[in-house]
Design a protein around this ligand. Structure first.
Ligand code: HEC
Length: 98
């Protein structure tokens, strides 16, 4: 069974969402679009800003192939990517997908 689409009450500015989209397609979609790696719209980590930072900025899962993006993205940029991913999950849920 697929994990559910994430839902969060965290809010993000339009500027964050635009920035997050840009970095998502620059750095994340290559590995996170497709059946192999976790779908970030279904990752519970996206609902927890600190846990998200520890993986994406801190490299907590680097031994499993998820490197730290600290050399490329600031913590603010990593947070914007989280906003984009949550926004996409919300949009997808609104379209009726589970
Ligand atoms: C080179 C491939 C690769 C790229 C690029 C990549 N990831 Fe990952 N990511 C992985 C792999 C592999 C895992 C699974 C790690 C594991 O199983 O513990 C993962 C796991 C994750 C997780 C944990 C998901 C969960 O629920 O367990 C998050 C969050 C994540 N990535 C975010 C990102 C973000 C944000 C970006 C872009 C900034 C990104 N990743 C770019 C390979 C990648």
């Amino acid at each position: 069974m697929k994990p559910p689409l994430t839902a969060s009450k965290d809010s993000f500015t339009p500027a964050q969402l635009a920035e997050g989209e840009r970095w998502y397609f620059t750095y994340c979609s290559i590995c996170h679009t497709g059946p192999v790696n976790p779908n970030l719209m279904r990752s519970a980590l996206a609902t927890d800003a600190q846990a998200w930072q520890s993986v994406v900025h801190g490299g907590a899962l680097k031994d499993n192939g998820m490197i730290s993006f600290a050399p490329y993205l600031s913590t603010q940029q990593v947070e914007s990517v989280r906003g984009y991913v949550l926004g996409q999950a919300k949009k997808t849920a609104a379209e009726g997908q589970k």
